[in-house]
Design a protein around this ligand. Structure first.
Ligand code: OFO
Length: 185
């Protein structure tokens, strides 16, 4: 009986594998942001640190949504192994540049998953992933908005202190409510 349940499913193995890779990518996001939050905290960028700590939890949530989906669809979600997380960063700006680059990688990965599901007519997973498509647009917008702060305010004098303050005002969901009121989360 158990074997029948395990074999009878619409989630293809190839899709399960890709979803497990996405689980790992979300876990990597969470781990990197945790490391960045810690760096910000010891350097005195308290607001950026809090912003990133919130983001760590958000990425955990992203990971868990896929994790639960895989098992509910009859697959096997795998606890990812994360290594090679950096602990030192060049500057506050470099951190947010890295975040934007990383989020673009995540967006591409989600898009390729969506494309894969559409091609195989797996409309259930395709539908499930639409939340991530919207989420990634918001995440990129947020990272870009933060980088703009460095250009607008400048880093000289009280600049970095002000930038840190402004990042705190954005919060991890700050720009999301401004940019997309229907986003959910
Ligand atoms: Fe930052 O959106 Fe998930 O990874």
């Amino acid at each position: 009986m158990k074997e029948f349940i395990t074999k009878s499913r619409s989630l293809l193995e190839e899709t399960e594998e890709l979803l497990n890779e996405q689980i790992k990518l979300e876990a990597v996001s969470s781990a990197i942001y945790l490391s960045m939050a810690s760096w910000c905290e010891i350097k005195g960028y308290e607001n950026s640190s809090n912003f990133l700590y919130d983001h760590v939890e958000e990425e955990q949530m992203h990971m868990m949504k896929i994790f639960r989906y895989v098992n509910e669809a009859g697959g096997h979600a795998l606890q990812p192994e994360i290594t090679g997380v950096p602990h030192d960063f060049k500057s506050l700006r470099a951190i947010f540049e890295d975040i934007l680059e990383h989020e673009i990688v995540v967006t591409k990965s989600i898009h390729s998953l969506v494309d894969h599901c559409f091609g195989l007519k797996d409309f259930t997973t395709f539908n499930f992933l639409q939340w991530y498509v919207t989420e990634q647009r918001e995440e990129e917008t947020l990272a870009r908005r933060i980088l703009e702060l460095f250009d607008i305010i400048g880093e000289e004098g009280m600049g970095l202190w002000t930038i840190d303050l402004e990042i705190g005002k954005l919060g991890s969901g700050g720009i999301i409510s401004a940019a997309a009121p229907d986003s959910g989360a």
